[in-house]
Design a protein around this ligand. Structure first.
Ligand code: SF4
Length: 365
C-alpha cells in the first residue's frame, strides 16, 4: 500500500508539477496551495472552485493538521506549546510576547544531534527531522492559540491601499526551538519557502530568523535558497571554550565561522545575529568579552550580538551569571566597536521556556 500524498508537504512549485502530471493546468496547483495555506481548509471537498474531476483525483490525498498536546502560559505571557506529531513524538514551540511583538520560536527536529553541553534537548540525541509541514504547522497552531485568546488575528486586509497586506497574530519567527535547522537543511528550507510564499501564508522573510550552531558549509546556500535572516549560536570567546561546550566547533571553528560571515551577501541594513548564552564562570568574564570583541572587529559592522543569561534547568551543570557581570560583558563588547549588543531578558522561567526543556518532561514515546 502506498502512503497517501500529503499535500501540505509540497511547495507551490511542487504542487503545480504534481497537478500537471495528473493532466491539469499548473495554475491549479496555485489554487490548491491557496486553499491550504491562505484559506486553511482541511479537506479537498472544501476546494469548491476545483473541477469535480480534479477533486476526485485528489480524494486520496491528505491535508493533515497538528494540535497542541499541552499549552502552558507563564506570568509574563510566554506560552509554551507542546505539539503532538502523528507518530506519537512531540516537539515544542514557544510564543514570546514583547511589547508590540509576538515571536514564535519554532522547532525543526525531534531532539538534536549537536550535543551542546548546556542544552537540555541535546540529551535526547536526534530522533528525527521534522517534515516541512510539521514545521509550518507550528506557526498555524500558535496563530490559533493567540486568536482564541483574543491576542491577535491573521487576516488579509481589504479596502483602499490595503491590497496584499496581512494583519498577523505573529510578528516574527525564530528557528531556535528543538533541533539544528541546517542539519535538517531540506526540511527547513522547504518550510521557509512555504511560509514566505505570497500566495499562501506570505510571512515576510525579513521577519524570519534561522539559528544555527554554525554548520558553516550550509549557511550561504541556505540563505540563498530562502532569503531569511541568520543567527549563529556562538557562546564562546575562543575555540578552547567553544570546543568544550559545542562539539560542532571541532569541525567548523571560529575562524571558519567568522570568515563565512564576512563573505555573506547582506542587504544594507541586514545583520547576522550572534547568540551568546552566558554561563557563569565559563564564558562571562570581562577578559573573555574583550577577547571576543577584538575577534569580532573585522565583522563588527555586519553583526549584532544577543547576550542570553543561561536559564538553568534541573540537572544542568551551569549557572546563570549575575546581572552585573552580564552588563560588564555588554559594555566591553560595545567598547570594542560592536555597535549592537542586546541582553535578552529571561522569559517564562516557571514554564521552562529555554528551548528544549518541556519536551523532555513529557518524553516522546
Ligand atoms: S543548543 Fe540547539 S543545536 Fe545545540 S544541542 Fe541544543 S538544540 Fe541542538
Amino acid at each position: 500500500m502506498t502512503t497517501p500524498l500529503n499535500l501540505k508537504n509540497l511547495e507551490r512549485a511542487q504542487l503545480r508539477d504534481a497537478l500537471a502530471e495528473l493532466g491539469h493546468k499548473p495554475f491549479r496547483g496555485d489554487q490548491v496551495f491557496r486553499w491550504i495555506w491562505r484559506r486553511r481548509v482541511d479537506s479537498i471537498e472544501a476546494m469548491t472552485d476545483l473541477s469535480l474531476a480534479l477533486r476526485e483525483q485528489l480524494a486520496g490525498a491528505r491535508i493533515p493538521r497538528l494540535e497542541p498536546a499541552d499549552v502552558r502560559v507563564a506570568e509574563d505571557g510566554t506560552t509554551k506549546l507542546l505539539i503532538a506529531l502523528d507518530d506519537g513524538k512531540q516537539v515544542e514551540s514557544v510564543i514570546i510576547p514583547d511589547k508590540d511583538r509576538r515571536t514564535l520560536c519554532v522547532s525543526t527536529q525531534v531532539g538534536c544531534a549537536m550535543a551542546c553541553t548546556f542544552c537540555r534537548t541535546a540529551t535526547m540525541g536526534l530522533i528525527r527531522h521534522l517534515e516541512p509541514w510539521e514545521i509550518v504547522e507550528q506557526v498555524l497552531i500558535a496563530e490559533r492559540v493567540l486568536e482564541e485568546r483574543g491576542e491577535g488575528r491573521t487576516i488579509q486586509l481589504k479596502g483602499r491601499g490595503q491590497a496584499g497586506k496581512v494583519e498577523r497574530a505573529l510578528t516574527n519567527l525564530v528557528f531556535m526551538g528543538m533541533g539544528e535547522p541546517l542539519h535538517n537543511h531540506a526540511g527547513t528550507a522547504a518550510a521557509c519557502r512555504i511560509l514566505t510564499d505570497e500566495q499562501g501564508i506570505g510571512f515576510p522573510p525579513r521577519r524570519i530568523t534561522v539559528s544555527t550552531v554554525g554548520l558553516a558549509d550550509r549557511i550561504e546556500p541556505f540563505l540563498a535558497e530562502t532569503g531569511v535572516n541568520l543567527a549563529i549560536s556562538l557562546n564562546a570567546p575562543d575555540d578552547g571554550v567553544r570546543n568544550q561546550i559545542m562539539p560542532v566547533n571541532r569541525k567548523f571553528d571560529m575562524d571558519v565561522l567568522l570568515d563565512t560571515v564576512s563573505k555573506l551577501e547582506l542587504s544594507r541594513r541586514q545583520r547576522v545575529t550572534f547568540e551568546y548564552v552566558l554561563l557563569a564562570g565559563l564564558n562571562d568574564s570581562v577578559e573573555q568579552a574583550a577577547s571576543l570583541g577584538k575577534r569580532l572587529v573585522p565583522v563588527a559592522d555586519r553583526i549584532k550580538v544577543n547576550l542570553i543569561p543561561f536559564n538553568p534547568h534541573e540537572g544542568a551543570d551551569f549557572q546563570r551569571p549575575d546581572l552585573d557581570d552580564v552588563e560588564a560583558f555588554r559594555e566591553t563588547l560595545l567598547q570594542w566597536g560592536v555597535e549592537k549588543v542586546h541582553v535578552r531578558r529571561p522569559r517564562g522561567d516557571r514554564i521552562l521556556a529555554a528551548c528544549g526543556q518541556l519536551a523532555l518532561e513529557k518524553k516522546p514515546g
